[in-house]
Design a binder for this molecule. Structure first.
Ligand SMILES: [Zn+2]
Ligand SMILES: [Zn+2]
Length: 244
């Protein structure tokens, strides 16, 4: 996420090489990236972190809990402590982390703001807490988790304990739960919704796209792929016509 001059990464779950490849294909420069913000310590969010941060000397904003749960060694001089609801400035970007419900040490969601435009990153959430809803209501665009379809998860070969982990309130958000957040709390100015973190076994991108498109009412629905980069979108505040 970024503006003309600077950018930040939220998490680094794919390898350094794959990140570079995807950025290149999008015409983005790693030189513009100024920092990495980490949501939590699960491997699918930090796999490329050590290499990427070291190679480009990028500061890593991370909560003490997430850092202590981290299995990989981050270069000490790059570590910056992240505190809840304490905005961090990176050039003209303001990044605010806030706690979320997920089975990790100290998991956080993020809102990235620039000149009055807000973009939220809300994945790996077991349930929609009040803080999530508060921030969702202020987003011009949001990445929102649609991890699983209830029926596909119920029918899947996953063991019972894993199904419970996923759907038990501290794991992941289902399509239905995410749709409820969207239809109940979407602000009128939300122009883009990126549905993210889809399970490869218990979900289907076409199903998610159809489900949300039926309720989009003017918001563009994009389903993020597990396998390739999502193309670039420019998010800006819609122009409002006033009559006085
Ligand atoms: Zn996780
Ligand atoms: Zn995850």
């Amino acid at each position: 996420m970024g503006n003309q001059n600077e950018a930040i990464l939220v998490d680094a779950g794919i390898s350094c090489r794959e990140t570079e490849k995807r950025m290149l294909r999008l015409g983005l420069s790693m030189q513009k990236v100024k920092a990495i913000f980490i949501s939590h310590e699960h491997t699918d969010h930090i796999k490329g972190l050590c290499t990427l941060s070291a190679k480009y000397n990028l500061p890593v904003y991370i909560t003490p809990g997430t850092l202590s749960g981290c299995r990989f060694l981050i270069r000490k001089d790059l570590i910056r402590t992240l505190y809840s609801n304490s905005p961090i400035l990176v050039g003209n970007l303001t990044i605010t982390g806030f706690p979320k419900l997920h089975d990790a040490a100290e998991p956080h969601s993020f809102v990235v703001s620039c000149m009055g435009t807000n973009v939220g990153v809300f994945t790996d959430i077991g349930a929609a807490c009040d803080q999530l809803i508060y921030h969702f209501k202020q987003c011009n665009a949001a990445f929102l988790e649609t991890n699983y379809d209830d029926e596909l998860l119920a029918k899947s070969a996953y063991p019972y304990f894993l199904k419970r982990r996923i759907s038990g309130g501290n794991g992941h958000l289902s399509n239905k739960q995410a749709l409820d957040v969207f239809t109940s709390h979407k602000p009128w100015f939300m122009t883009h919704l990126f549905l993210s973190h889809l399970s490869k076994d218990n979900n289907c991108p076409d199903l998610v796209h159809k489900l949300f498109s039926d309720h989009a009412s003017g918001t563009q629905i994009i389903v993020a792929s597990r396998h390739e980069e999502t193309k670039l979108y420019a998010i800006s505040e819609p122009i409002v016509a006033h009559s006085t």
